[in-house]
Design a protein around this ligand. Sequence first.
Ligand code: PHE
Length: 343
Amino acid sequence: MKDKLIKIKNTVLDKLNTVNNEVELKAIDLQYFSRKGEISELMHHLKELSSEQKREIGALANQIKKELESKMKETRSFFDEKTNLNEVSDITLPGRKLKKGHLHPITIIQREVEDLFTSLGFSIIDGPELESDYYNFSALNIPPLHPARDMQDTFYVSSPDDKKQELDLVMRTHTSPVQIRAMKKYGAPLKVVIPGRCFRNEATDARHEHTFYQFEGMMIGENINFSNLKSLLEIVGKKLFGEDTKLRMRPKYYPFVEPGNNGEYTCFLCGGKGCRVCKNTGWLEIVGAGLIHPDVLRAGGVDPEKYSGLAFGFGLTRLAMLKYAVNDARLFNSGDLRFLEQF
Ligand code: PHE
């Protein structure tokens, strides 16, 4: 019995030391280590020994069994590792595609418009999204209780002091407050554009979202006049919607410009014939614009006797909706990858 044990030990160790591949290893496993393998078989025969022999040989058998099992384990892990190495180094396998991020559709449009204006000599600046009541409204000729505030209701943060209304904060309703900030900071002459996020208290629907993006422009100099505004808006239209695009300007009231107007472009989809997108008018209302009101220049510390200026603003969100034929403004902020991955 003792001899048998030693013999099996040597045979198995030998085999494990010279095994070449996993198939051979499996065969060894089956022959010796399985439930009906030779090792179990031997252990089974221990029962037939006298109790004295059992004590001696039993101990030896257990020791050999343990030793072989640990050698088996070691050999198996050697092959496992080898398999892993083979996997890593198989350079002929086709690679797994990494998902790359990409720009948000609003950012794509924003960059396109920024490129146009920097090529025309404008600088890009920005301002705070949480704005003072003063910059957002009062400095732009919209004093407290002015009805124009109704159209741009927003999210207010009250000042701790009820009487100091000028300390009230609002989530800015447009990018126009940065006009004042820019004049104060840089003085005149000045050529800047201001892209940015704006907020309004809206009952949201497909065309109204509480958070949206605008693009503001402003130019101040000694002889800035209405024809400068018109030619600039013509260039913008051609760049955004194509060379054949025409502009028409219709009067519109904004308290911070005088005269104020609405810039409309021929519909890029139907070329002005009338379609669903332009509601059969042939025209798309895109941009609010005008010559900067003297009071607004003064609020920015610019002398209206010496300087005049033009300003305009349009919705980047609306532009993106038109260009990409998106029918719901809320999709842009939804974070829904099924939507975003289309751009
Ligand atoms: N701030 C205006 C709006 O949000 C747009 C505008 C900007 C109009 C500049 C005139 C001049 O509707």
